[in-house]
Design a protein around this ligand. Sequence first.
Ligand code: FAD
Length: 357
Amino acid sequence: MEHVDAVVIGGGQSGLAAAGALREQGLSPVVLDASNGPGGSWPHYYDSLTLFSPARFSALPGLALGGDPDRYPHRDEVVDYLARYAQRLDVEIRTRTRVEAVESASDGFVIRTAGGRSLTTAGIVAATGAFANPLRPDLPGQEGFGGEVLHVADYRSPKPYAGKRIVVVGGGNSAVQVGYELAEVAHVTLASRHPIRFLPQLRDGKDIHHWLTSTGFDHLPPEWLIHFVGGTLVMDAGQYQDALATGRLERRAMFTALDGDTIVRADGRRETVDVVLLATGYRPSLDYLAPLGALTPDGMPLHSGGLSTTHPGLVYLGLEFQRSFASNTLRGVARDAAYVIPPLAAHVRRAPAAAGL
Ligand code: FAD
């Protein structure tokens, strides 16, 4: 069976940051990714997506995005950027290689892939993101609903929805951005449990990311954010609040049920809708770790700051709020890599295979 120093599962920005940090530690990791090329989920995000973070706050260490650092790059620029980043790393990346299971072995782990191959290693970085695991809440009455229910992960462009009546469920960035775009061609209502809370994109002429980084907010532990800020904030340069104020976009309280071709409001009133679009978030995509016992019964990783609390040779990167507000962003992931990779590398160096045993 093939043995490698360390295996990075996932070749998106998190996996690439991990691979670079492992190389710096003198290890020769192998990156395994299920898709056709490195770069992660970016090619699958919706077509019009421009980053909420300016170019200067949207790069991994050692390679700038190029161009005006204050512009908001389009999705495709990130796809291209990550492909270039991967090429510059002196790391083997095996694409079209889905990891099906990770199991314990006497001196580390056995990784089993969908192609029937197995690898052994003492060190694993789980960097598989969350996009493959959309959270789809069961809506009461959904089985009898005549319209279409889809998750925003499956949304690409407004074209197929022209003229439709759409309810977007959620109050986060994706719900507002996609709802706003759909409102160009369709009748759109946002349905959320709480009023939407906005974070101004610009303050004193500078992008909010300037303030998040210069004040140290970006480095604060997530508990602080959850306690004092209280939940999701939607970045807005003004257009979204304008759309809500002018009625181009409507926000209503979450409906209570679906029935036939309608949604049912709390007061019993019904509205006919064609599409319910769930912008209800994602859960970490880590099924392959279940055989290891590294997850809670509902599939969440047992960890502290990205260091597994069940297996010393296992770390995570790219989890939401892993160590800070910026953990699952382009600007924040390398900082988390600098925290989890040195202890992982030390563990690998102590492992029997590294000592030639
Ligand atoms: P992913 O990009 O999801 O990559 C995971 C990789 O793991 C994929 O390539 C997948 O093929 C692979 N994989 C999954 N399962 C397996 C398996 N079992 N075996 C092998 N491989 C597997 N961040 C910013 O900094 N700025 C922004 O403006 C910004 N905008 C965003 C907009 C949207 C709509 C979304 C959804 C996110 C945005 N983010 C942004 C957040 C974040 O930067 C991205 O979600 C980013 O793609 C996360 O990178 P990742 O490497 O952690 O995960």
